[in-house]
Design a protein around this ligand. Sequence first.
Ligand code: HEM
Length: 211
Amino acid sequence: MSESVAEKIDVKHFYLRRIHSLLGVFPVSIFLVEHMIANAFILKGPEAYNGVINLLRSLPYLIPIEITFIGLPIFLHAVYGIYICYTSSLNLKSYGYAKNWFYFLQRVSGLIALAFIAYHIWDFRIASEVFHFEVNYEAVRRSMRVPWIFSFYVVGLVATMFHFANGLWLFCITWGITIGKKSQRISGIIFSVIGFALFAMALQSIIVVRG
Ligand code: HEM
């Protein structure tokens, strides 16, 4: 392969990686936070929660909004994420250092999050359209009372929140926001707190809804 072709491929992957990184935050991470806040209305009871669902469902241009700002970005981030996993060198012998473990866990958590998100979107968004049933407090309660679904949600949430928090930490490095060791340590603490808080919120919602 001539050098110029190899360089062109490198440049292409550089830009694809940057797009992948941007999509992970805008809009995927932002949507994740919004989604957890909306779900926390479970704590205020069935009426409040159903009110939020109905409000979101009544948005004009709902389907184009969902596809443009949620579905497509997650899909593109996931597709390139799988490609990154596939092309990563996972040499387990060199996993002595925390950084290498985080590198490995970022990929594994992305794959678990993908399985979880796919199931979640099917269960609470697509299946309800196909089989014409309503998703509300009662429907979520029924799902969360099934032991294997609840366990799958706990595992899926752990993976998603880890991926989100470590992803934000990586994002700051990728874009040169945190350059030195000290700023990376501080951002590590901040994103760990945010990740744990969001996980605690999500866990509380699925525990409370079980009743
Ligand atoms: C809730 C869903 C998701 C969120 C909030 C999210 C967020 C992020 C963020 C913020 C990053 C850091 C970008 C950077 O390195 O600059 C990232 C990286 C990554 N994501 Fe996701 N992501 C999600 C789902 C997925 C899925 C489903 C996959 C599929 C495998 C995936 C695979 C990856 C991979 C492999 C990286 C590492 C990139 C690298 O180290 O260079 N992500 N994600």
